[in-house]
Design a protein around this ligand. Structure first.
Ligand code: ADP
Ligand code: GLC
Length: 497
């Protein structure tokens, strides 16, 4: 047995005798090793929360060059080489290199590289375009993750796959049942984080993956069809995706599986996102003493080269540059926001057309609007701490973590009333004394600006604003609740097997 096999002891970490579930948790991003958005945060936090609740969990993720490089190793812990194994798919022998990291305060993370396909700069692309072989790379990764169980000679109770990149694992696990009976007892769960990404398989690549995708040639459709159960990342998004408008072509398939589809709201990792101990910000602060927030605001204004007007409300938006995030709406409203007395700091990386649009907007609204292109964990934290308000005009938002972090930093979210944003923000129109932010319903400029206007009225009323900040900071969206829900789902699955 290799050192990574699931532990067979039946004693929970609290010392109680009982059955421990063995979970193989698959994700194409796991913070701090790899991250392009919320998926990385989720896969860095959920397994830890499950581990803290006594689950026996192995996390499996690709061995990207940047994930296993020495850079930032302090944060990542030691990564060791373990050797490897091979498997045959579509008549081709594929070599898998295995590495691992074993942090003291969380589950083991196993890194796989298959035929050198992950040893590149970039996770999904080279900064200009996506790698054209992504459906192949992640198809092989999904298969290798399942083959890993045979290599470890240790079977999980549940394979928990995330997003299209690991969705095919649920098919491979069901398919390997025929040659390896031990897979019969393995249950599968696929969590959908964003239906906009489906991993469509070009016909030239399909034969090399030996996938049976009855609902069309995509990784996600395959996963939705074959997984024992499905979940998504908020109750509202669960409802939305059963309709043609938000189902992105998958609503019929999802409807057919609606009884097996659960909505489990994401959480926030308050070890990492907490103004009381955040190492990325120049001054820490808390509900009891908010004075440090002012220091953070000054620093943020400096970083974004915005006028040092501390009393001017500062709106921040750190997000991927992609259509989902509502950059069009944001840009269309910027001039008016400045007229209403606000400053705006925007940061993002992604699709080049948004970069040009944001540069143009910042130029035409100078000096009160600034845009920084790039990806910076430090600045993302500083924006949460130094902003007065976070704007999330997302057209759709499966859950969103950014607004959860913002609340903890006393940065008031202004969001489109959709998906996870609907589930996590309380507007004064819903509950005056318990409000935590502002929501707009109709997806247009007028409706967006009217929520901004309401927000500014509160900002100009000190006691009301303070109430909002305190409500938001006191909210508890820690991962513990979601972990409990996942554990119930695992047991439900186990009972069906
Ligand atoms: P999504 O997963 O759709 O991108 P979420 O709100 O769930 O949206 O998660 C976004 C995560 O990515 C947050 O941790 C946020 O701080 C981070 N993020 C987004 N853009 C950047 C950026 N340019 N630099 C650093 N972090 C970013
Ligand atoms: C996706 C969604 C986002 C969600 C994240 C983590 O990237 O766009 O809303 O919070 O996954 O589940």
């Amino acid at each position: 047995m290799t050192p990574h096999a699931f532990q067979v002891e039946s004693r929970s970490r609290k010392g109680r005798i009982g059955i421990i579930l063995k979970i193989l948790y698959l994700s194409s991003e796991v913070a701090p090793f790899s991250k392009t958005g919320g998926l990385g945060d989720v896969a860095g936090s959920v397994p830890k929360a499950l581990w803290q609740k006594g689950m026996d969990i192995l996390v499996v993720t690709p061995a990207y060059r940047s994930a296993i490089s020495a850079q930032g190793m302090q944060d990542k812990g030691q990564i060791s080489m373990d050797g490897g194994f091979s498997f045959i798919l579509a008549g081709r022998k594929l070599q898998v290199n295995v590495m691992h990291s074993a942090p003291k305060d969380g589950p083991k993370v196993i890194f796989l590289d298959i035929d050198g396909l992950f040893d590149r700069d970039g996770l999904y692309g080279n900064g200009k375009e996506e790698f054209s072989d992504n459906p192949y790379r992640f198809g092989l990764f999904s298969r290798a993750s399942v083959e890993l169980c045979l290599y470890l000679n240790s079977m999980p109770d549940v394979i928990h796959a995330n997003e299209w990149q690991t969705a095919a694992s649920v098919y491979y696990s069901a398919n390997l049942e025929f040659s390896e009976p031990r897979f019969k007892d393995v249950a599968t769960l696929l969590t959908i984080h964003n239906l906009a990404y489906q991993g469509v398989i070009p016909s030239r690549l399909a034969p090399s993956l030996e996938l049976n995708a009855p609902m069309g040639p995509s990784h996600l459709a395959t996963g939705i069809f074959w997984a024992d159960v499905l979940s998504t990342v908020s109750p509202s998004y669960r409802k939305e995706i059963l309709n043609p408008g938000r189902g992105m072509g998958m609503h019929t398939l999802l409807k057919a599986r609606r009884k097996d589809l659960f909505g489990i709201l994401n959480g926030a990792d308050y070890e990492k996102w907490n103004p009381e101990k955040d190492p990325y910000i120049p001054a820490n602060y808390s509900i009891k003493d908010l004075s440090g927030k002012r220091t953070c605001k000054k620093e943020l204004l400096r970083e974004f080269r915005l006028p040092q007007d501390i009393y001017r409300p500062l709106f921040v938006i750190p997000a991927r540059l992609t259509g989902q995030k509502g950059w069009h709406l944001m840009c269309s409203a910027c001039k008016k926001l400045v007229k209403m007395g606000a400053s705006v700091a925007m940061m993002g990386e992604g699709e080049p057309q948004y970069e040009a649009m944001l540069r143009y907007t910042a130029h035409t609204c100078r000096p009160y609007v600034s845009f920084l292109r790039g990806y910076s964990e430090d600045l993302a934290h500083l924006m949460q701490a130094g902003g007065d308000c976070l704007v999330m005009p997302s057209e759709f938002e499966p859950c969103g973590l950014t607004q959860l972090y913002a609340m903890k930093y006393g940065t008031i979210p202004v969001v489109h009333d959709v998906g996870g944003l609907r589930d996590t923000i309380v507007d004064p129109l819903q509950d005056r004394s318990g409000a935590t932010g502002f929501k707009f319903g109709e997806y247009n400029r007028a409706s967006f600006l009217s929520s901004i206007a309401r927000c500014l009225r509160y900002y100009n009323n000190k006691p009301a604003w303070r109430r909002l900040m305190i409500n938001a900071m006191a909210k508890d969206y820690s991962w513990s609740r979601a972990a409990r829900n996942y554990i119930s789902l695992y047991w439900h699955l186990k009972s069906k097997k």
